[in-house]
Design a protein around this ligand. Structure first.
Ligand code: GUN
Length: 298
């Protein structure tokens, strides 16, 4: 069997187009654009790239982008004061503090200071709690993007066995919650799981989010399974090359021989994260203005 490729890049482009159209509707009705504030502390190279592409994508989607760049030695009190200002700013619907933060800043304290109603990353404990008990809130962008790809491909997930590999607060735990809400039978595997290969062999859906290059092997995959690879790992450069190849947590070529469908790396889950961030920001904007989101819009 050769797996179908799940084209996250194309899906994300369609979602961004849709968000752009709805955002134009919002701007007309609210008399202002939906606004996303992104805070970058320090000059981590990967974070710089993310923040730049988030800013660009926000503008293309007919929304306002507010970027705040602070030096790496920013005091916690100053960062908290900025978050408070953004919480109170009616032009800001979503606040994203880029992680990781430099040493000396406590991520949990900063995230807890963001208003849950502007927490478009879905990292605040209030939003984690809302997801856990089935209340409306914000769901972290990467797992929500994975879920969109899965339901697009499979429709109803009832009765399917899903294995999530990884138990982070940002991906693994919310992913498991979303799958459970969709009536899948969910197993969360992690670094201490015994016989991981056997656990994966029972899965109709595998979501790999461990950050270990090509850890999930082809012969672990149940024939026809759907594989969502969240990992983005850079291998050491081959001779003469400046940069190593990007690979996921799944050995793609091997897994493609068994799976029914699989996300590539790059071009699978990665592009979904920003698209869902824009979606969450627009949802926040409608809620903050008390305007009903057009039916079925997003
Ligand atoms: N760093 C890498 N990805 C993300 C993300 O989705 N949100 C935040 N806040 N920081 C990140």
């Amino acid at each position: 069997m050769t797996a179908q490729i799940i084209d996250g890049k194309a899906f994300a482009e369609r979602l961004r187009d849709k968000v752009g159209t709805v955002a134009a509707d919002f701007a007309k009705r609210a008399g202002r654009k939906a606004g996303l504030a992104v805070v970058l502390v320090g000059a981590d190279a990967a974070s710089e790239v993310y923040v730049r592409s988030k800013g660009r994508a926000t503008l293309v989607a007919n929304m306002a982008s507010f970027e705040h760049r602070l030096p790496a030695d920013t005091a916690q009190g100053d960062l908290l004061a900025l978050v408070e200002r953004l919480n109170a700013d009616p032009a800001v619907d979503g606040i994203l503090v880029q992680l990781p933060l430099p040493q000396g800043l406590d991520e949990q304290t900063i995230i807890s200071a963001i208003s849950p109603d502007k927490d478009v990353d879905g990292f605040h404990v209030t939003n984690a709690g809302r997801l856990a008990v089935g209340q409306e809130g914000f769901v972290p962008c990467t797992p929500l993007g994975c879920m969109m790809l899965l339901t697009d491909r499979l429709g109803d997930l009832s009765s399917l066995n899903a294995v999530v590999i990884g138990r982070s607060n940002i991906v693994g735990k919310p992913m498991a919650q979303l799958l459970l809400d969709a009536n899948a039978t969910v197993t969360i595997a992690h670094s201490r799981t015994k016989d991981l290969a056997d656990v994966v062999r029972r899965a109709d859906i595998v979501v790999a989010a461990v950050g270990r290059p090509e850890m999930v092997r082809g012969d672990w995959i149940k024939p026809g399974a759907t594989i969502i690879d969240v990992g983005i790992n850079r291998l050491p450069p081959e001779e003469g090359a400046e940069k190593g190849r990007l690979v996921g947590d799944v050995a793609f070529t091997e897994a493609s021989e068994h799976a029914g469908a699989i996300t590539p790396v790059p071009g699978g889950v990665g592009p979904m994260t920003i698209a869902v961030l824009l979606r969450n920001t627009l949802v926040a904007a409608y809620r903050n203005e008390g305007i009903a989101l057009p039916d079925g819009a997003l």
